[in-house]
Design a protein around this ligand. Structure first.
Ligand SMILES: [Zn+2]
Length: 125
C-alpha cells in the first residue's frame, strides 16, 4: 500500500529514484515530467486568473487536453473518454457564461464585442 510520501507529485519519483518502493521495478520518468508539466499549467492559470471559477474551468480543461496530448504522443490514439470528459466539463459551464467570459471590468466579453459591431443590436439582447 502506498504511503503519503509516495503520493507527493514529482518528489516521490525523485526520492524513490524512479523505482517502486516495494518491488524496485523502474517507473518511467514521463510520470514525473507529466506532473511537472501539469504543475506549470496550474501555476500559469493561477497567475493569469487568480483563484476563481474560470481558473478551475481552464485547469480541469487543460488537464484533460494535456492527458489527451500525452496519450496521443505515446500510443497514437486518443481514447473517447477524454473527449467525453471535455464535453461534459464544457457543458457544466454552459449555463454560466459569465464565469468564462466576464472581463476584468465586469462586462461580458462576447456581448461587448457584438454590441460594438452592431450597436443597435443592444436592444435585441
Ligand atoms: Zn512495485
Amino acid at each position: 500500500m502506498l504511503g503519503v510520501p509516495d503520493l507527493v507529485p514529482v518528489f516521490s519519483w525523485i526520492f524513490l529514484r524512479g523505482k517502486c518502493r516495494y518491488c524496485k521495478a523502474p517507473i518511467s520518468s514521463r510520470y514525473m515530467w507529466t506532473e511537472i508539466l501539469m504543475g506549470v499549467v496550474a501555476v500559469s492559470l493561477l497567475i493569469r486568473y487568480d483563484l476563481s471559477l474560470k481558473a478551475l474551468f481552464y485547469l480541469v480543461f487543460g488537464f484533460i487536453l494535456l492527458g489527451e496530448s500525452l496519450t496521443d504522443l505515446e500510443v497514437f490514439e486518443i481514447p473517447d473518454g477524454f473527449h467525453l470528459a471535455a464535453i461534459l466539463w464544457w457543458c457544466l459551464y454552459l449555463p454560466f457564461p459569465a464565469v468564462l467570459y466576464r472581463r476584468a471590468d465586469g462586462r461580458i466579453a462576447g456581448r461587448s464585442c457584438y454590441s460594438r459591431r452592431y450597436p443597435s443590436a443592444d436592444h435585441d439582447l
